[in-house]
Design a protein around this ligand. Sequence first.
Ligand code: PEP
Ligand code: MG
Length: 581
Amino acid sequence: MSTQAAGEDAPDTVMPASGAPSGAAEPLHGVGVSPGLAAGPVAQVRPPAGEPPAGPAVAEEQAEAEAARIAAAAEAVRSALEQAATTVEGERRELLETTAQMAADPTLVKGASALVREAHLPAPRAVWQAAGKVAEQLAALGGYMAERAKDVADVRNRIIAELTGQPMPGVPQRSEPFVLVATDLAPADTALLDPALVRAIVTAEGGPTSHTAILARALGIPAVVGLAGAPAALPEGEVVLVDGGAGTVELSPDPERVRLAEERRTVVRTFDGHGRTADGHEVALLANVGDPDGARAAAEAGAQGVGLFRTEFCFLDRTEEPGVDEQAEQYRRVLEQFPGKKVVVRTLDAGADKPLPFVTDAEEANPALGVRGLRTARKAPEVLENQLAAIARAAGQTSADVWVMAPMIATVAETEDFVAACERHGLGTAGVMVEVPSAALLAGPILARASFASIGTNDLTQYAMAADRLLGSLAELSDPWQPAVLRLVESTCLGGAQQSRPVGVCGEAAADPALAVVLVGLGISSLSMTPRALADVAAVLAATDLATCRRLARAAVDAESAADARARVREGLPVLADLGL
Ligand code: PEP
Ligand code: MG
């Protein structure tokens, strides 16, 4: 079956995802990071009001009343947050309750009231200054407490909004579905999103590997980031059509297209547990997991195994190395979800965006280029040895087919050392992550030593493009569709083919159904992703034969820009429009 055949049943009204029907306004372009079509009225995340003025000074006789306004405003914020907390569950409830408790904390109110009485500052300014002091104290404590400084700023902004009669900053509370539009989303904002109400997300900042993109994919919410001009270009209340695959947003969309988007949104696709192209070429579709709960969800979603178990996620809050017994137990609980199936366990990838105090150095000037990933074993070899012992023990307790890989491999010598360390623990399938361009270029000799490679496109993109993966303002560079990144993938696949070693992808690129086609065409044999993406990726592969994958891979690698690569491939995959991806 060809991709053309899959498109034959498409109704006439369905346009290629990259274009609007003639006569409609030209769509706005950003970077599509979570596929899917969705429409709804715009609800903008309200930015905080900013620093309030220090005057006019409050008269002595009004100081008491002005100070009392602060306590009342803090109480109103606390009670609104408590109320909001009762409407949600789990992590979202905990987050709201924590912020409510912070609003009830007397330190901020006392400090601000004293500034009104003694320095005669207006209440909003007093809250601003007092919160600054609390945040400074927390920041000085470092670690977890320093993180709380951001929550203080959130509470401060809410109390000031209450005092000045302005709308509350942050994600608006709505009872009807909407398209969320923001400059950028804070991690707490994203964690609080209700997927039943948020039809799509559009941000001006944020790249494909930003937390907004990762969370949107995990929740199955279509998202476009890096859309210049948002939020100003997307007025509050206006209905827009978001295409999270093409990276476009249409204002005043054709009502028929809106109806179709809604129809497709409600179609629930499932994965039958067997990834393959239309002509039967096998592509294992695996899951990325971070803990035993994630592994259970992945197994339920039909994942054919685990392509990336991020072991550091089990221990992110630790200041001390977890013992071998505890590690082995955590790993066993992940492995037991996949009896007889492949589970790729990655050794601790500490450093940069994932510091682990027991192995990383907080003082490094350039943590992304520092002692991170496997490099931490130079300083603390016993941590790697202990972890391999724990993995080996867990592997012996289950029937999972355990593969082990090291993050951030850059040289042949590192590969040799890692494979030897795994052998010492009886772990015979030892591989490398290809995340550093040097490893992609040296894939041949590296794979002469290692049993397999798994490409981490998030870091590979970051290092190939010299663009911080978390920096929204560089979204167009932090894009795995960049032809330079695709050429590094191609180089890795060539090395794999030379040595007859399998090469998979476990970065976010694997979850993009159009890019998945390119990766398969380049020779990738397994794709590992958030479980939510499995069904969409499987559906697109099942409608595309291997020759088409190869042809589109060539077109993407030969493109001169990420936008060109994406456009060429989307044009060659009408199935994307059929499936609303
Ligand atoms: C990657 O870099 O693509 C990857 C899968 O690893 P992580 O996102 O955990 O750094
Ligand atoms: Mg990585």
